[in-house]
Design a protein around this ligand. Structure first.
Ligand SMILES: C[S@@+](CC[C@H](N)C(=O)[O-])C[C@H]1O[C@@H](n2cnc3c(N)ncnc32)[C@H](O)[C@@H]1O
Length: 273
Protein backbone atom coordinates (compact mmCIF):
# COMPACT_ATOMS: atom_id res chain seq x y z
CA UNK A 1 0.00 0.00 0.00
CA UNK A 2 2.43 2.72 -1.10
CA UNK A 3 1.64 6.36 -0.53
CA UNK A 4 0.39 8.07 -3.69
CA UNK A 5 -1.27 11.25 -4.82
CA UNK A 6 -4.25 12.21 -2.64
CA UNK A 7 -7.34 11.68 -4.80
CA UNK A 8 -10.67 13.26 -3.81
CA UNK A 9 -13.17 10.67 -2.55
CA UNK A 10 -16.01 9.60 -4.90
CA UNK A 11 -19.53 10.66 -3.88
CA UNK A 12 -20.89 7.72 -1.85
CA UNK A 13 -23.65 9.27 0.25
CA UNK A 14 -27.15 10.37 -0.83
CA UNK A 15 -26.30 14.06 -0.36
CA UNK A 16 -22.98 13.96 -2.24
CA UNK A 17 -24.50 11.86 -5.05
CA UNK A 18 -27.36 14.38 -5.30
CA UNK A 19 -24.91 17.28 -5.34
CA UNK A 20 -22.90 15.57 -8.09
CA UNK A 21 -26.02 14.97 -10.20
CA UNK A 22 -27.22 18.55 -9.78
CA UNK A 23 -23.75 19.87 -10.69
CA UNK A 24 -23.86 17.91 -13.96
CA UNK A 25 -27.50 18.93 -14.74
CA UNK A 26 -26.55 22.54 -14.07
CA UNK A 27 -23.49 22.29 -16.33
CA UNK A 28 -25.62 20.86 -19.17
CA UNK A 29 -28.37 23.46 -18.70
CA UNK A 30 -25.84 26.30 -18.75
CA UNK A 31 -24.58 25.02 -22.11
CA UNK A 32 -28.06 24.41 -23.56
CA UNK A 33 -29.07 27.12 -26.05
CA UNK A 34 -32.29 28.84 -25.09
CA UNK A 35 -32.48 27.39 -21.56
CA UNK A 36 -34.92 29.37 -19.38
CA UNK A 37 -32.67 31.59 -17.17
CA UNK A 38 -35.13 31.27 -14.27
CA UNK A 39 -34.91 27.46 -14.45
CA UNK A 40 -31.08 27.59 -14.67
CA UNK A 41 -31.08 29.80 -11.60
CA UNK A 42 -33.33 27.39 -9.65
CA UNK A 43 -31.17 24.41 -10.56
CA UNK A 44 -28.05 26.38 -9.56
CA UNK A 45 -29.60 27.15 -6.17
CA UNK A 46 -30.56 23.48 -5.73
CA UNK A 47 -26.97 22.47 -6.58
CA UNK A 48 -25.56 24.95 -4.07
CA UNK A 49 -28.00 23.79 -1.38
CA UNK A 50 -26.94 20.15 -1.85
CA UNK A 51 -23.21 20.73 -2.47
CA UNK A 52 -22.75 23.17 0.39
CA UNK A 53 -24.18 20.99 3.15
CA UNK A 54 -21.27 18.63 3.88
CA UNK A 55 -18.61 21.38 3.88
CA UNK A 56 -20.88 23.38 6.22
CA UNK A 57 -21.27 20.37 8.57
CA UNK A 58 -17.48 20.00 8.55
CA UNK A 59 -16.97 23.67 9.34
CA UNK A 60 -19.49 23.64 12.21
CA UNK A 61 -18.16 20.46 13.85
CA UNK A 62 -15.27 20.33 16.34
CA UNK A 63 -12.00 19.71 14.54
CA UNK A 64 -10.56 16.20 14.48
CA UNK A 65 -7.39 15.50 16.48
CA UNK A 66 -4.01 15.60 14.69
CA UNK A 67 -3.83 11.78 15.02
CA UNK A 68 -7.20 11.34 13.26
CA UNK A 69 -6.26 13.89 10.59
CA UNK A 70 -3.01 12.02 9.92
CA UNK A 71 -4.79 8.65 9.77
CA UNK A 72 -7.28 10.10 7.25
CA UNK A 73 -4.45 11.61 5.20
CA UNK A 74 -2.57 8.30 5.10
CA UNK A 75 -5.74 6.45 4.10
CA UNK A 76 -6.49 8.90 1.27
CA UNK A 77 -2.97 8.82 -0.08
CA UNK A 78 -2.57 5.02 -0.04
CA UNK A 79 -2.94 3.33 -3.42
CA UNK A 80 -5.72 0.84 -2.72
CA UNK A 81 -5.90 -0.29 -6.35
CA UNK A 82 -2.49 -1.97 -6.13
CA UNK A 83 -2.88 -3.11 -2.56
CA UNK A 84 -2.67 -6.79 -1.75
CA UNK A 85 -5.23 -6.16 0.96
CA UNK A 86 -8.70 -7.63 0.39
CA UNK A 87 -10.35 -6.64 -2.86
CA UNK A 88 -12.92 -3.89 -2.65
CA UNK A 89 -11.05 -1.84 -0.05
CA UNK A 90 -11.07 1.87 -0.97
CA UNK A 91 -10.51 5.21 0.73
CA UNK A 92 -14.27 5.94 0.64
CA UNK A 93 -14.76 3.33 3.38
CA UNK A 94 -13.32 5.71 5.95
CA UNK A 95 -16.07 7.23 8.11
CA UNK A 96 -14.33 10.58 8.57
CA UNK A 97 -14.53 13.83 10.47
CA UNK A 98 -18.23 14.45 11.25
CA UNK A 99 -19.16 10.81 11.80
CA UNK A 100 -16.06 10.37 13.94
CA UNK A 101 -17.15 13.29 16.11
CA UNK A 102 -20.67 11.80 16.38
CA UNK A 103 -19.15 8.51 17.58
CA UNK A 104 -17.03 10.40 20.10
CA UNK A 105 -20.17 12.15 21.34
CA UNK A 106 -21.94 8.79 21.71
CA UNK A 107 -19.03 7.47 23.80
CA UNK A 108 -19.20 10.55 26.06
CA UNK A 109 -23.01 10.34 26.39
CA UNK A 110 -23.08 6.60 27.11
CA UNK A 111 -19.87 6.69 29.21
CA UNK A 112 -18.98 3.52 27.34
CA UNK A 113 -15.88 1.72 28.56
CA UNK A 114 -16.31 -1.50 26.57
CA UNK A 115 -16.70 -0.80 22.89
CA UNK A 116 -16.95 -3.29 20.05
CA UNK A 117 -16.35 -2.29 16.45
CA UNK A 118 -17.33 -4.63 13.62
CA UNK A 119 -15.37 -3.50 10.53
CA UNK A 120 -12.30 -1.40 11.36
CA UNK A 121 -10.62 -0.66 7.96
CA UNK A 122 -7.71 1.77 8.62
CA UNK A 123 -8.98 2.52 12.12
CA UNK A 124 -10.52 6.01 11.90
CA UNK A 125 -13.70 5.22 13.87
CA UNK A 126 -11.86 2.97 16.35
CA UNK A 127 -9.36 5.74 17.08
CA UNK A 128 -12.11 8.37 17.35
CA UNK A 129 -13.99 6.27 19.93
CA UNK A 130 -10.76 5.47 21.82
CA UNK A 131 -10.02 9.20 22.08
CA UNK A 132 -13.36 9.75 23.84
CA UNK A 133 -12.99 7.06 26.50
CA UNK A 134 -11.02 6.90 29.72
CA UNK A 135 -7.74 5.03 30.19
CA UNK A 136 -9.58 1.98 31.59
CA UNK A 137 -11.68 1.62 28.46
CA UNK A 138 -11.07 -0.65 25.50
CA UNK A 139 -12.17 -0.66 21.90
CA UNK A 140 -12.14 -4.18 20.49
CA UNK A 141 -12.06 -3.75 16.72
CA UNK A 142 -12.87 -6.66 14.38
CA UNK A 143 -11.23 -6.65 10.95
CA UNK A 144 -11.15 -9.41 8.36
CA UNK A 145 -8.15 -8.17 6.40
CA UNK A 146 -4.70 -8.64 8.02
CA UNK A 147 -2.96 -6.06 5.83
CA UNK A 148 -5.39 -3.24 6.54
CA UNK A 149 -5.31 -4.27 10.22
CA UNK A 150 -1.51 -3.76 10.15
CA UNK A 151 -1.99 -0.34 8.50
CA UNK A 152 -4.39 0.64 11.31
CA UNK A 153 -2.09 -0.64 14.02
CA UNK A 154 0.81 1.44 12.69
CA UNK A 155 -1.45 4.51 12.97
CA UNK A 156 -2.56 3.53 16.50
CA UNK A 157 1.08 3.24 17.59
CA UNK A 158 1.58 6.89 16.64
CA UNK A 159 -1.38 8.03 18.75
CA UNK A 160 -1.46 8.69 22.50
CA UNK A 161 -4.52 6.47 22.92
CA UNK A 162 -3.61 3.61 20.58
CA UNK A 163 -3.08 1.28 23.55
CA UNK A 164 -6.83 1.44 24.24
CA UNK A 165 -7.54 -0.43 20.97
CA UNK A 166 -7.29 -4.21 20.59
CA UNK A 167 -7.68 -5.70 17.11
CA UNK A 168 -9.28 -9.09 16.37
CA UNK A 169 -8.30 -10.19 12.85
CA UNK A 170 -10.67 -12.63 11.13
CA UNK A 171 -14.33 -12.93 10.19
CA UNK A 172 -16.36 -10.89 12.68
CA UNK A 173 -19.02 -13.59 13.08
CA UNK A 174 -16.33 -15.94 14.47
CA UNK A 175 -14.99 -13.25 16.81
CA UNK A 176 -18.54 -12.60 18.07
CA UNK A 177 -19.01 -16.32 18.73
CA UNK A 178 -15.83 -16.38 20.82
CA UNK A 179 -16.85 -13.23 22.72
CA UNK A 180 -20.29 -14.69 23.52
CA UNK A 181 -18.70 -17.93 24.73
CA UNK A 182 -16.44 -15.86 27.01
CA UNK A 183 -19.49 -13.97 28.43
CA UNK A 184 -18.13 -10.62 27.21
CA UNK A 185 -20.48 -7.62 27.15
CA UNK A 186 -20.23 -4.20 25.49
CA UNK A 187 -21.67 -0.75 26.22
CA UNK A 188 -21.40 0.48 22.64
CA UNK A 189 -21.17 -1.42 19.36
CA UNK A 190 -20.39 0.13 15.98
CA UNK A 191 -21.34 -2.07 13.01
CA UNK A 192 -19.57 -1.05 9.79
CA UNK A 193 -18.41 -4.24 8.03
CA UNK A 194 -19.85 -6.29 5.13
CA UNK A 195 -23.47 -5.20 4.57
CA UNK A 196 -24.87 -8.72 3.94
CA UNK A 197 -23.50 -9.64 7.39
CA UNK A 198 -25.43 -6.91 9.28
CA UNK A 199 -28.56 -8.95 10.10
CA UNK A 200 -26.44 -11.82 11.41
CA UNK A 201 -24.27 -9.51 13.55
CA UNK A 202 -27.36 -7.98 15.17
CA UNK A 203 -28.77 -11.44 15.92
CA UNK A 204 -25.44 -12.53 17.42
CA UNK A 205 -25.34 -9.42 19.62
CA UNK A 206 -28.90 -9.99 20.86
CA UNK A 207 -28.92 -13.80 21.09
CA UNK A 208 -25.37 -14.03 22.45
CA UNK A 209 -26.11 -11.56 25.28
CA UNK A 210 -23.22 -9.39 24.11
CA UNK A 211 -24.99 -6.14 25.08
CA UNK A 212 -24.53 -4.69 28.55
CA UNK A 213 -27.66 -3.11 30.14
CA UNK A 214 -28.34 0.22 28.40
CA UNK A 215 -26.01 -0.58 25.49
CA UNK A 216 -26.28 1.30 22.21
CA UNK A 217 -25.59 -0.13 18.76
CA UNK A 218 -24.69 2.30 15.95
CA UNK A 219 -24.93 0.93 12.42
CA UNK A 220 -23.31 2.66 9.45
CA UNK A 221 -24.45 2.94 5.81
CA UNK A 222 -28.12 2.28 6.51
CA UNK A 223 -29.12 4.66 3.71
CA UNK A 224 -26.75 2.83 1.30
CA UNK A 225 -26.59 5.65 -1.24
CA UNK A 226 -30.40 5.75 -1.45
CA UNK A 227 -30.63 2.27 -2.95
CA UNK A 228 -33.29 0.99 -0.50
CA UNK A 229 -35.83 3.46 -1.92
CA UNK A 230 -34.55 3.81 -5.51
CA UNK A 231 -36.08 0.99 -7.60
CA UNK A 232 -33.49 1.06 -10.37
CA UNK A 233 -30.26 1.25 -8.39
CA UNK A 234 -30.17 -1.86 -6.28
CA UNK A 235 -26.93 -3.76 -5.69
CA UNK A 236 -26.35 -6.70 -3.34
CA UNK A 237 -25.38 -4.22 -0.62
CA UNK A 238 -28.52 -2.15 -1.27
CA UNK A 239 -30.72 -5.25 -1.03
CA UNK A 240 -28.95 -6.34 2.18
CA UNK A 241 -29.44 -2.94 3.81
CA UNK A 242 -33.10 -2.78 2.70
CA UNK A 243 -33.69 -6.20 4.30
CA UNK A 244 -31.79 -5.21 7.46
CA UNK A 245 -33.74 -1.95 7.86
CA UNK A 246 -37.05 -3.77 7.31
CA UNK A 247 -36.13 -6.49 9.83
CA UNK A 248 -35.43 -3.86 12.50
CA UNK A 249 -38.98 -2.53 12.24
CA UNK A 250 -40.41 -6.00 13.07
CA UNK A 251 -38.11 -6.80 15.99
CA UNK A 252 -39.89 -6.09 19.30
CA UNK A 253 -36.67 -6.48 21.28
CA UNK A 254 -35.28 -3.18 20.02
CA UNK A 255 -36.00 0.48 19.31
CA UNK A 256 -34.16 2.28 16.53
CA UNK A 257 -33.80 5.59 14.71
CA UNK A 258 -32.16 6.14 11.32
CA UNK A 259 -30.21 9.41 11.29
CA UNK A 260 -29.44 10.82 7.80
CA UNK A 261 -25.80 11.45 8.64
CA UNK A 262 -23.48 10.77 5.67
CA UNK A 263 -24.65 7.39 4.31
CA UNK A 264 -27.05 6.83 7.22
CA UNK A 265 -26.40 5.93 10.85
CA UNK A 266 -28.99 3.85 12.70
CA UNK A 267 -28.99 3.88 16.50
CA UNK A 268 -30.46 0.83 18.23
CA UNK A 269 -31.13 -0.01 21.85
CA UNK A 270 -32.57 -3.10 23.47
CA UNK A 271 -35.96 -2.51 25.15
CA UNK A 272 -37.01 -6.00 26.28
CA UNK A 273 -34.76 -6.12 29.34
C1 LIG B 1 -16.54 0.39 5.70
S1 LIG B 1 -15.06 -0.33 6.22
C2 LIG B 1 -14.96 0.16 7.91
C3 LIG B 1 -14.66 1.63 8.07
C4 LIG B 1 -14.24 2.03 9.45
N1 LIG B 1 -15.24 1.69 10.44
C5 LIG B 1 -13.96 3.53 9.49
O1 LIG B 1 -14.71 4.25 10.09
O2 LIG B 1 -13.00 3.98 8.87
C6 LIG B 1 -15.48 -2.02 6.33
C7 LIG B 1 -14.36 -2.93 6.83
O3 LIG B 1 -14.96 -4.18 7.22
C8 LIG B 1 -14.07 -5.21 6.89
N2 LIG B 1 -14.85 -6.44 6.77
C9 LIG B 1 -15.60 -6.86 5.74
N3 LIG B 1 -16.16 -8.05 6.01
C10 LIG B 1 -15.77 -8.39 7.25
C11 LIG B 1 -16.01 -9.51 8.09
N4 LIG B 1 -16.80 -10.52 7.70
N5 LIG B 1 -15.43 -9.53 9.31
C12 LIG B 1 -14.65 -8.49 9.73
N6 LIG B 1 -14.37 -7.41 8.97
C13 LIG B 1 -14.92 -7.37 7.75
C14 LIG B 1 -13.44 -4.77 5.58
O4 LIG B 1 -12.21 -5.44 5.35
C15 LIG B 1 -13.30 -3.27 5.78
O5 LIG B 1 -12.02 -2.95 6.26
Amino acid sequence: MPDGVVAPPRPVTPSTILADELTEICRQLELAPGADPALVDRVRRSRDLAAGMDPYLDACTTRESPALAELARRTRSADWSTSTAGTGLEQEMLSGHVEGQVLKFLVHLSRAERILEIGMFTGYSALAMAEAMGDNGEVLACEMDPEVARFAQECFEQSDVGQRIAVAVGPASETLERLAAADRQFDLVFIDADKPGYTGYLQQLLDGELLAPGAVIAVDNTLMQGQPWLDDANTANGAAIAAFNAALTYDDRIEQVLIPLRDGLTLIRRVDR
